[in-house]
Design a binder for this molecule. Structure first.
Ligand code: Q46
Ligand code: ZN
Ligand code: ZN
Length: 302
């Protein structure tokens, strides 16, 4: 295989678009794809302040790296969940982020440590609340969404960017379709506009495959945490990912096709009825937007 740009030996083959590239040209191609998605979905402009949620994994660090290289004003946010899993998952994640920061002088990181700030780790709160049948993910998701939104609004950020890649998006889409969760389908999008104190959320990697973000991180020399969160083991989305990988193997490009045709159908008005939004009002305790009467679900947790 030869690189399409320079004819040298290609190390990367994107079968979905029959594109082979050498390492040097891969490092040009990947950011150009991110930039394309930012423009296509009108995510943000160079004048905007972007808060990137970083977990220490390949996707979020690759995203932060690309946004900084592209010249965007992108600050990081790390949420310490207090998850150990026998190998110090949270500690290791932060170490990777700090390692990344050392290569990026001037990069700004905001850190919110949940056990230090609220007195309990995510698994502890989940156990106390008996939510989610032994899995802290429901509580964790709620806490992360809350903290991200609070930091974004207090820091006057224009958008909150997450590292969700195409595989993540397609797995969620598959699950939502399998159960015809119309409300979730109506809300799944590369951009969720700001409303009533809820920060605008964007996913600039939504059209890039997981293996492509991993390749970018490796070639760029970004040291990221390989281990998944210990609670992700056996997650339904991982099973969907395996199924979809099988499909992709037989028919390259099918994941991207599934996602893009879904977005197109939505643009044409599918799910519009379900897109009607529940009214939000400020929580009586913390002022963050909520649909719950009186006090928000986050404040109720503590
Ligand atoms: S929700 Fe669940 Fe994740 Fe939180 S507890 Fe780990 S797997 S980190 S995306
Ligand atoms: Zn080349
Ligand atoms: Zn509240």
């Amino acid at each position: 295989m030869k690189c399409r740009k320079c004819g040298r030996e290609a190390g990367f083959n994107m079968r979905r678009q029959k594109l082979a590239l050498c390492a040097e040209h891969y490092l040009e191609w990947f950011p150009s794809q991110v930039e394309r998605a930012i423009h296509k979905y009108k995510m943000f402009t160079p004048g905007d302040k972007v808060l990137v949620a970083v977990s220490g994994g390949k996707d979020s660090l690759a995203l932060w790296d690309v946004l900084l290289d592209l010249g965007y004003h992108a600050e990081g946010l790390y949420i310490g969940l207090g998850i150990d899993g026998g190998f110090g998952y949270s500690r290791l994640s932060l170490e990777k982020i700090e390692g990344f920061m050392a290569t990026r002088p001037g990069a700004v990181l905001h850190t919110v440590d949940i056990p230090q700030t609220y007195g309990e780790s995510v698994p502890q709160v989940a156990r106390r609340k008996h939510r989610g049948r032994g899995k802290p993910c429901a509580v964790c998701g709620l806490i992360k969404r809350y903290v991200m939104n609070r930091v974004a609004s207090e820091g006057h950020f224009d958008v909150l960017a997450t590292g969700h890649n195409l595989d993540d998006e397609v797995a969620v889409l598959f699950g939502n379709t399998l159960h015809w969760q119309i409300g979730y389908l109506a809300r799944q999008a590369p951009v969720l506009e700001e409303r009533d104190g809820l920060a605008c959320k964007v996913k600039p990697l939504c059209r890039l495959y997981e293996r492509e973000t991993a390749a970018y991180a490796i070639v760029k020399g970004i040291d990221y945490i390989y281990e998944e969160c210990p609670h992700a083991v056996g997650a339904t989305t991982n099973r969907y990912k395996e199924l979809l990988n099988q499909l992709e193997l037989d028919s390259p490009g099918s994941k991207l096709q599934f996602y893009i045709t879904f977005l197109k159908a939505k643009e044409e008005g599918l799910f519009q009825q379900a897109a009607e939004q529940v009214a939000l009002h400020p929580c009586q305790n913390c002022g963050q937007p909520t649909t719950a009467p009186g006090i928000c679900t986050f404040c109720r947790l503590w």
